[in-house]
Design a protein around this ligand. Structure first.
Ligand code: XMP
Length: 514
């Protein structure tokens, strides 16, 4: 049995975040519209009611038939969820004198309440509501308040109801995770066994239902997200999925061939497009970083569009969008979602619908799903790699020869990382977030090789540790490793006579040089 928390969504911007927190506890959860509580689902162990932009007494406020779940499962109401239960059981909800918004500190009425187990006194919470509960229904009792909010939290043990008028799912509620954990694990009894396998099973079933016999197009980048997305779709719809992988000429050494082989090994239906000449032609003579990026972006769209249009009856465009791609910033009013980087004008003009099966997952979850799908470990653990590829790692004009030099140096560096096993058994490659070589082609320096004077380019090695690429530290790579890589590059890569190590963190530097 796959235990499940149902989160009923009343339209709050932070509902998705509640879901993420529950998943962090290895507990499966489904976010469903407030009026779609599942019938006859034996897997449910608890219910969470989200916040909402509405007031409970608004004409158009979302109402729900509580008899479907109250008394059957433990229920946690959050903000509107708390107000709705109080209101519908005969309590009073009124506009707050002033909008209750921002930081507040909890005062507890009971020494020990399971919802607040492990809480510090005066625990900081985050409020955001225009209404407030002014009277609790009979049988309900307050368990916490704040200076301005009398019923910051209440309970009805007989009905197994708990409720908070603040937002435990946001980071500003400092022990919010603890509260959700107390509810999900202690009160609902989650055995914390949500696994990638259940995600795969559910998602494949849903994709089959959603897509039927429709054809789907997907752009592969060689990266983890699009590869996992493709493998998942392949399991659901097989040959109705057509993947397109564009070689713009600035991939890593032999990457196109290796990745195509890996994809074919996974049984994917992939079209590989060799567009190297077009990209090199259009980039000739261009040195300004933003201009290079624009040309690559434009060319990519043109090449992808031309291929995609050959698939005549396609109805869907699949993308490996993951949850962090959709979050721009978090604040109490919720997420500002970035506009998605759809491929060109494709969805609009071809009337393609978007299919994003990984959109709820974080990177670590995507990797777990990839393993579950039997993907090769090397594909799953790949470092992030920028869309414009080595183009943002060659300073100055890009030429095929410079790409060759950089590919050779990069290959030595990355292979050495795979081969260097640290004391704890992990490879250096797995320890760092991202690594690569930068060709400092406008710079030349003097060296001596044998009896010959050389006057060639230096390269910089870059390796960073990070959680999310928003900030990054330069990785403290072992000296013996750096010494070997430096030697190998200078001895084996024609055109390079000096190796530097980039010791800049982000901020103020960025991970990529351009
Ligand atoms: P920066 O250089 O901004 O990079 O610190 C942060 C992360 O983003 C990657 N990156 C890109 N990824 N298209 C991408 O798909 C791009 O144009 C691009 N530019 C940077 C970079 O490799 C790092 O992981």
């Amino acid at each position: 049995m796959q235990q499940k928390i149902v989160i009923l969504d009343f339209g709050s911007q932070t509902t998705q975040l509640i879901g993420r927190r529950v998943r962090e506890m290895d507990t499966f959860c489904e976010i469903l519209p407030y009026n779609k509580f599942p019938k006859d689902d034996n897997n449910i162990i608890g219910v969470i009611l989200s916040g909402s932009p509405y007031s409970v007494y608004d004409q158009e406020a979302f109402r729900v038939d509580f008899s479907q779940f109250i008394g059957k499962y433990p229920v946690l109401g959050i903000c509107y969820g708390a107000q709705l239960m109080a209101y519908c059981y005969g309590g009073k909800v009124e506009p707050a004198g002033s909008r209750e918004y921002g930081r507040a500190h909890l005062k507890f009425f009971e020494a020990e309440n399971p919802l607040f187990k492990g809480f510090e006194p005066d625990s900081q919470v985050w409020m955001s509501h225009g209404d407030t509960i002014t009277q609790l229904p009979e049988g309900f009792h307050a368990i916490a308040s704040t200076e301005d909010v009398k019923y910051a939290a209440y309970a009805n043990l007989e009905k197994r109801i708990w409720a908070v008028q603040y937002h435990p799912e946001v980071h500003h509620s400092l022990q919010g995770f603890q509260l959700l954990r107390n509810f999900v694990v202690d009160i609902c009894g989650s055995n914390q066994s949500w696994s990638a396998s259940s995600f795969v099973e559910t998602t494949v079933r849903e994709l089959k239902e959603q897509l039927g016999n429709d054809r789907v197009i997907l752009g592969l980048s060689g990266g983890v997200d699009s590869s996992v997305c493709a493998t998942l779709l392949n399991r659901a719809i097989g040959k109705n999925l057509t993947c397109i992988f564009v070689d713009h000429g600035m991939l890593r050494k032999h990457e196109f061939e290796k990745v195509m082989d890996a994809y074919k090994g996974l049984g994917l239906n992939v079209i590989g497009v060799d567009a190297r000449d077009k990209f090199f032609h259009d980039l000739a003579g261009v040195t300004e970083p933003e201009e290079k990026r624009k040309i690559i972006g434009r060319d990519f769209v043109e090449v992808f569009d031309a291929e995609a249009r050959k698939i005549k009856d396609a109805k869907w465009l699949a993308q490996g969008t993951i949850y962090p791609d959709r979050i721009e910033s978090l604040n109490i009013t919720g997420k500002v979602i970035k506009s998605h980087h759809n491929v060109g004008g494709l969805p609009e003009e071809m009337h393609l619908q978007l299919c994003e099966p990984l959109k709820w997952l974080f990177k670590d979850e995507v990797r777990r799903v990839g393993r579950e799908l039997g993907m090769p470990e090397r594909l799953i653990k790949r470092h992030p790699f920028p869309g414009p590829g080595l183009a943002v790692r060659i300073l100055g004009e890009i030429t095929p020869e410079k790409v060759r030099v950089l590919q050779d140096a990069d290959d030595i560096y990355i292979e050495a990382m795979h081969n260097y096993v640290c004391e704890d058994g992990e490879t250096l490659y797995d320890k760092v977030w991202q690594a690569g070589v930068i060709l400092l082609s406008p710079v030349r320096s003097v060296g001596v090789m044998g009896d010959e004077r050389t006057y060639e380019n230096p390269v910089a090695l870059r390796a960073v540790t990070s959680m999310d690429a928003m900030t990054a530290d330069w990785a403290h790579l072992p000296y013996d490793f750096l010494a070997k890589v430096s030697n190998d590059i200078i001895n084996k890569v024609k055109g390079v006579n000096r190796v530097c190590y980039d010791i800049s963190s982000k901020p103020p530097s960025t991970i990529e040089w351009e």
